[in-house]
Design a protein around this ligand. Structure first.
Ligand SMILES: *Cc1c(COP(=O)(O)O)cnc(C)c1O
Length: 410
């Protein structure tokens, strides 16, 4: 008899976003005609830029002619695509070999799949709160151990609290761990790690032969010139870090789908000399994946062209203006807010000691605004909500005005 992977039974019940959708739907059903404004889910709303659309069209047109038609491409992405990614890194002083770049269908798949090249009994450290994919992919792979409902934690994972006291970036683990997930600019807190903070982790990882899995999906939102966009800006990181990035948030590719992972040849781990983990990721991708769409890669290369980058930067600036609107508006209403300056998320502390879900319900019922409860990202997110800057400008302004009116009413 077939048996299911029992690790799936350990996943904490009720994934965050379906529960938010359920409550929003229940409200809408009970209040017909009342318009809900959504600052919840991190999905983009601005259209693709003209240069990107032209790139996608030319990619599609090539497929319509016998002379330029191509079928399967390289598993790790077209060479010109990887050259474009390498050129973007070079501008930040990071030199990558094209064999270290693996173009993919997005950073969610990569950040969920990357754990598969490491031992099943690896000890995993994650930031708390965090993008839920890091925890859930490791639970499915059997690294979670039992879920402790009281602490809202998997006993097999090491949670690194990110809170107001540590500026939303953790100190290195006090015990030995094997894999460390870091996300900067951070989803959900919207805060960004400094060069010094990343250096501490690189030092730790090199000393322990641990591997850092660095999610840089929001690097395009950094405007403070002192903040690192890539972990490879820290000397020594190539021997201890894998980096993932995406066109989803930087170019509006949430529906188009394109991302990349960097697995350096210098990366080392126990009994893994230089080159081995890089070769393993190639083996994994070439077995499970037939490479990213050629049409989409033409759009991605256009996004990385000089003109494409100008346009995408202007698009990201619009989202950053939304973030400032949210942060300023909520601040005026007396809320303590974090993030939102170099990231598209604002992390707001619930007033009067309310729980995340209580504050979520208050804003849903009284302001008709959908947010995301911080506790859904991990136990240290309790008492906060996340607001997304990816909405339309007009809706963002109206949502902020409604929240202010609700809070000022008391
Ligand atoms: C949105 C997001 C991604 C991007 O995922 P894609 O699969 O590329 O759309 C990756 N990591 C984090 C933390 C995100 O919020």
């Amino acid at each position: 008899m077939a048996r299911a992977n029992q690790n799936y039974d350990k996943l904490a019940a009720g994934y965050l976003f379906p529960e938010i959708a359920r409550r929003a739907r229940a409200f809408a059903d009970g209040h017909p005609g009342v318009e809900l404004l959504r600052l919840g889910i991190g999905d983009t709303t601005l259209p693709l830029t003209p240069t990107v659309v032209a790139g996608l069209c030319s990619g599609a047109e090539k497929l319509g002619s016998a002379e330029t038609y191509t079928g399967y491409g390289d598993y790790e992405g077209e060479r010109w695509m990887r050259e474009a990614v390498a050129a973007a890194y070079r501008e930040r002083g990071v030199t990558l070999d094209l064999g270290e770049i693996f173009v993919s269908d997005g950073a969610k798949s990569d950040s969920a799949n990357i754990q598969s090249i490491f031992a099943v009994d690896s000890v995993v450290a994650i930031e708390d709160p965090a993008y839920p994919v890091y925890v859930d992919s490791n639970v499915m792979a059997g690294r979670g151990g039992p879920f402790d409902p009281k602490r809202q934690q998997y006993q097999g994972l090491l949670y690194m609290p990110c809170n107001e006291a540590n500026g939303f970036f953790p100190d290195v683990p006090a015990r030995r761990v094997d894999l460390i997930y870091l996300c900067s600019p951070n989803n959900p807190t919207g805060e960004v790690a400094t060069h010094a903070q990343l250096s501490r982790f690189v030092e730790y990882a090199r000393a322990e032969q641990a591997v850092i899995l660095f999610d840089a999906a929001y690097s395009a939102f950094i405007r403070d010139p002192t903040l690192p966009h890539s972990i490879y800006e820290v000397p020594g990181a190539k021997s201890c870090a894998i980096e993932m990035n995406s066109f989803s948030k930087s170019a509006g590719f949430t529906g188009v789908r394109l991302g990349w992972a960097v697995v350096p040849k210098d990366l080392v781990a126990e009994e893994c000399p230089s080159g081995k983990l890089n070769a393993m990721w190639y083996r994994r991708q070439s077995t499970f994946f037939n490479g990213p769409s050629n049409v989409v890669q033409a759009g991605g290369a256009a996004a990385l062209s000089l003109q494409g980058r100008r346009e995408c930067r202007a698009m990201v600036d619009q989202y950053l203006q939304n973030a400032l609107l949210i942060r300023d508006g909520l601040g005026r209403a007396g809320l303590t807010c974090f993030g939102g300056k170099n990231a598209p998320y604002v992390w707001a502390r619930a007033p009067r000691g309310l729980s995340s879900w209580d504050f979520f319900d208050l804003l849903l019922n009284e302001a008709q605004v959908v947010t995301t409860p911080g506790s859904g990202f991990g136990p240290s997110g309790e008492g906060y909500i996340r607001l997304s800057a990816f909405g339309r400008r007009r809706d963002t302004e109206r949502a902020v005005a409604r929240i202010r009116a609700t809070l000022e009413k008391g």
